[in-house]
Design a protein around this ligand. Structure first.
Ligand SMILES: Nc1ncnc2c1ncn2[C@@H]1O[C@H](COP(=O)(O)OP(=O)(O)OP(=O)(O)O)[C@@H](O)[C@H]1O
Ligand SMILES: [Mg+2]
Length: 331
């Protein structure tokens, strides 16, 4: 049985419109995440990714709907959910150790200084900052600051880590190294993670599932793409894998074309039965993006409506092959 660790249930976010009434960033958005899974969300600027993440973080409230994490409705921020933003809001007067220790103390208020220091040190070591414990943020590079942010988030052992474009302000080399670190840590610790990115390769490298969101206003989750690459993948040879280009092309095709047209060409899209797709290795020439499709009703896990969301031919052949795989359970 699949574990719905996080369940986003019919959330909407509306703002007052200038001309009166309201404008919906999104409506009736449903999404689930498994315990230990790494989920990335991709979509164009302004579609509502940060809004979704902030609602999950408890920093923002939905206009409608609810989010359940580990059986409990989310109502406000909690140390169960650690957020890492693009800019690493560190306390400038505290050292690396001081910043991480501060977070540890806020979670475990009765801990002794020594306990706090030990816990902080574990995560400082984990993100590769051993030796920099006594530096202040002004003495650190952008990559090091982001590492402190990651150490601080992990040190409170959150049930869920939420990351909003955490590496986008970094140079390519540092970004790559930090992606490796985050992947290693998440695999080693089984950390459930939800991350926003604009970088398709970053999503392919890190995520188990990639959520594709259409353009706003009125954005919808169009598809959930299952990452078919092996779990032991390496960043530097991702592109050598036979499934890399089918996967990448599918996501790029969505971002370039389908994210704009999806709602018009898919009028019967059911937000509670978002298609789950899995790029396949040998694309028949007639199938753009070469993906296996099925959809899952978020509420009951029943496979239904294996229809291409872009209006193409149904991919019934894929249902049988998917039925026995781990895709067949509820998301
Ligand atoms: N206070 C507000 N009042 C009105 N509209 C708002 C407000 N805050 C956000 N929005 C709108 O909500 C939409 C979604 O914003 P959000 O920040 O979630 O987008 P995003 O997908 O994270 O974009 P980006 O990729 O640029 O970070 C945007 O169109 C934005 O203009
Ligand atoms: Mg954003």
């Amino acid at each position: 049985m699949t574990d719905k660790f996080l369940s986003i249930e019919g959330i909407a976010k509306r703002y007052p419109a200038k001309a009166g009434g309201s404008v919906a960033v999104f409506e009736d958005l449903w999404l689930t995440m498994e315990r230990g899974a790494f989920t990335c969300i991709i979509g164009h600027s302004g579609c509502g990714k940060t809004t979704v993440l902030n609602i999950v973080a408890g920093l923002d409230e939905p206009s409608e709907g609810t989010v359940i994490m580990d059986g409990q409705e989310i109502a406000g921020p909690s140390l169960d959910r650690a957020v890492i933003f693009q800019s690493h809001a560190l306390l400038p007067w505290r050292t690396v150790l001081g910043n991480v220790a501060y977070a540890v103390t806020s979670k475990w208020r009765s801990w002794s200084k020594d306990q706090v220091r030990k816990q902080a040190q574990i995560y400082i070591d984990l993100v590769g900052l051993t030796g920099a414990e006594h530096k202040r943020p002004s003495e650190l590079s952008g990559g090091m600051k982001q590492r402190v942010g990651i150490a601080r988030a992990l040190a409170i052992q959150p049930k869920m880590m939420l990351m909003d474009e955490p590496f986008s302000a970094l140079d390519a080399l540092t970004r790559g190294t930090l992606q490796d670190e985050v992947r290693r840590i998440c695999q080693e610790t089984g950390q459930t993670t939800f991350m926003i990115t604009h970088d398709v390769d970053e999503a392919i490298y890190l995520a188990d599932r990639i959520v594709l969101m259409t353009n706003g206003p009125g954005a919808v989750v169009a598809e959930i793409v299952e990452n078919p690459l092996p779990r032991e993948r390496k960043r530097i040879d991702l592109h050598k894998h036979a499934l890399y280009y089918p996967l990448r092309n599918h996501i790029i095709d969505f971002l370039v074309t389908r994210s704009r047209t999806f709602t018009q060409v898919t009028p019967h899209h059911d937000p509670r039965a978002v298609p789950v797709v899995r790029p396949s290795p040998s694309p028949p020439a007639s199938v753009p993006g070469a993906v296996q499709h099925h959809s899952q009703r978020e509420s009951d896990g029943v496979l239904d409506g294996a229809e291409r969301p872009d209006g193409g031919a149904p991919q019934n052949r894929d249902r049988a092959s998917l039925a026995g795989s781990r895709l067949s359970g509820a998301p």
